[in-house]
Design a protein around this ligand. Structure first.
Ligand code: NDP
Ligand code: 8X3
Length: 250
């Protein structure tokens, strides 16, 4: 039976790189996201294994359920779930924050992760086997100025990951959490609502992590022997010491 990995948010950044990396490890890939054209492109790019794509917004509880509870028989044996889809909206002090941004971050990063997990878990429970990797962040370990609700959403991912590990131990399901620091992806473009110039400044003056660095790590985590679980990993660029201390040479 083929090994199957479901990765959310494969249309860009860490999710895309992870789908490509896991395909190289022989996983058949279920990739999700909202942008249909990019899902199609990824399908064309990964040639070594079959790829099945699903287009839904993780905020849409019904759409998530509908897509994941009606998987074709040959795609139901999900061994690895990478809960990656997520983003930041805005970077503003709490007194200037936009309620719509707060809703988006909590609905996508927290509730979306839960909806996907809820739909996939029964498939893993049936076989008493599985590995869930949640993408948290250094923002889920340290709060920084103006990060308020994004940090809260990632602190929630941290709590949910720890809680999942406790609850799912008796189901034979491993839970790992990967907490990256600064990774150059479309993350800052989304955070700054399309302001590419401002987004670029986040990654200037030092060498940020690449999406592929995180994908390599995820491939390493899922390829450990059955009795080993890398429960939590904080991964930073060499130039980053904490959420706010980055050694820039501008
Ligand atoms: P990108 O913006 O490059 O990718 C985000 C992915 O999430 C896209 O594929 C996007 O697909 C998907 N996504 C976003 N919103 C939704 C939604 N509502 N429904 C379905 N899919 C959605 O960012 P990254 O690759 O950097 O981010 C991936 C994860 O890594 C996030 O959880 C982020 O918080 C986390 N992270 C990022 C860091 C960084 O510095 N970049 C550091 C630490 C953590 P589409 O738009 O097509 O739906
Ligand atoms: C993304 C990294 O430092 O912008 O989670 O919050 S940071």
């Amino acid at each position: 039976m083929p090994k199957i990995a479901l990765v959310t948010g494969v249309t860009s950044g860490i999710g895309r790189a992870t789908a490509i990396a896991l395909a190289k490890y022989g996983y058949h890939i279920i990739g999700t996201g909202r942008r249909a054209d990019r899902l199609e492109t990824l399908k064309q790019e990964i040639t070594e294994v079959p790829v099945f794509t699903l287009q839904f917004d993780v905020r849409d509880k019904e759409a998530v359920q509908q897509a994941l509870t009606n998987l074709p028989e040959e795609w139901q044996n999900i061994e690895v779930l990478v809960n990656n889809a997520g983003n930041a909206h805005g970077l503003a002090p709490i007194h200037n924050g936009a309620v719509e941004d707060w809703d988006a971050m909590l609905d996508i990063n927290v509730k979306g992760l839960l909806y996907v997990t809820n739909a996939v878990l029964p498939l893993m429970q049936e076989r008493k086997k599985g590995h869930i990797i949640n993408i948290g962040s250094i923002a889920g370990k340290e709060v920084y100025a103006n990060g308020n609700v994004y940090c809260a959403s990632k602190f929630a991912v941290d709590a949910i990951s720890k809680a999942m590990r406790i609850d799912l131990i008796q189901e034979g399901i491993k839970v790992s959490e990967v907490n990256p620091g600064l990774v150059e992806t479309e993350f800052s473009e989304v955070r700054f609502k399309g302001d590419t110039e401002r987004a670029a400044t986040v990654y200037q003056g030092y060498e940020p992590l690449r999406a592929e660095d995180i994908a390599d790590l995820i491939a390493f985590i899922v390829s450990r022997p059955a009795h080993v679980n890398l429960a939590e990993v904080l991964v930073l660029p060499a130039a980053q010491a904490s959420a706010t201390i980055v050694h820039k040479q501008l």
